[in-house]
Design a protein around this ligand. Sequence first.
Ligand SMILES: Cc1cc2nc3c(=O)[nH]c(=O)nc-3n(C[C@H](O)[C@H](O)[C@H](O)COP(=O)(O)OP(=O)(O)OC[C@H]3O[C@@H](n4cnc5c(N)ncnc54)[C@H](O)[C@@H]3O)c2cc1C
Length: 343
Amino acid sequence: MTTTEVIIVGAGPLGLELAVALKRARIDYVQLEAGQIGQAILDWPAMTRWFSSSDRITIAGVPIQSVSQEKCTREEYLAYLRGVVMQFDLDMCTYERVLGITRKDDLFTVTSRTRVGTMCKRAARYVVLTTGGMAAPNRLGVHGEDLPHVSHWMADPHTYFRRRVLIVGGRNSAVEAALRLYHAGTKVSISYRDAAFPDKVKYWLRPEIEYLVKTGRITAYFETVPIVILPEHVELRPVGGGRHMSIPADFVLLMVGYVADMSLFRQVGVELSGVRDVPVYDEQTMQTNVPGLFVAGTATAGTQQSGVRVFLENCHVHVDRIVASMTGNPPPPTPEPVSLPEA
Ligand SMILES: Cc1cc2nc3c(=O)[nH]c(=O)nc-3n(C[C@H](O)[C@H](O)[C@H](O)COP(=O)(O)OP(=O)(O)OC[C@H]3O[C@@H](n4cnc5c(N)ncnc54)[C@H](O)[C@@H]3O)c2cc1C
């Protein structure tokens, strides 16, 4: 079994930023990624734009420049990540999922499975979990959720041209999908459990969605929840009671958030608090209650429901804290919270 100083689990933007920092600090590491680098972003619908401005999502000090000066698209950002990996010549094992972590005599054993099913075991002094917070969509648990025309992800907007789509949800991803599909010639309706779109809807999306709803171009069923999904329509129940509505829909998009997979944390003995499974860790070092086991990135927040507060853009400091802790240096100062409206 090979032994290394650090094993990084996950190669999302934060895991990659950490890899660059370890390389710069000449600390030996191995990076294991279940999918491709930036897999969570690769899973976004084509041409989705980041909500954060580009300077907030750059990693390792490498600037992002775009031809349009707009916020980055999924495609631009994935190309950027590939460029960072090439620039720093980062080594990593992609398509290799970590299945187990155990700790004995101050050494971790990390078990993983490659794409072709080969089982691997590696030992390390430190493990950093940068496994993100969006392992799977949040399920509503309604009858019909698994029908083929129902999805938690928007496909290419072309898919829905001149068809009826019901979007369930009212936060940024749902609103953005509604606008994109409307402009792609789709008959869009929205079911949202609250009485209006929440304050958190981005300021550049809100005026347009409100205008399209007000003018009847998009139909919004506020204060409703789906109770059954059938092949050609969805039954909505008003939250406050009353008559159910039957809404025709050729496709149904359930855009109601994601859940984190905290099974590795649980398995290795990290304490998880509350219903969101938030790992317990020291804010100055990012070390969990398991000595030598660190957490970084959006994984620090467990499952983020009813309001996402931890994003890539406010996680960069985790990298400096971890490297400082591993090299015996004092932790970096805590950055001032950013009050940009897009943050
Ligand atoms: C539509 C949309 C828009 C968004 N816009 C923004 C935005 O504007 N600004 C922002 O800051 N955030 C935004 N986010 C959230 C963004 O995706 C996260 O902030 C970012 O990806 C977090 O990076 P991370 O490295 O912490 O985790 P992730 O990017 O989730 O990376 C985790 C990695 O770990 C890997 N992994 C998980 N389990 C294992 C395992 N067992 N073994 C090996 N590898 C594993 C995963 O495959 C993944 O590649 C948005 C999300 C969505 C869906």
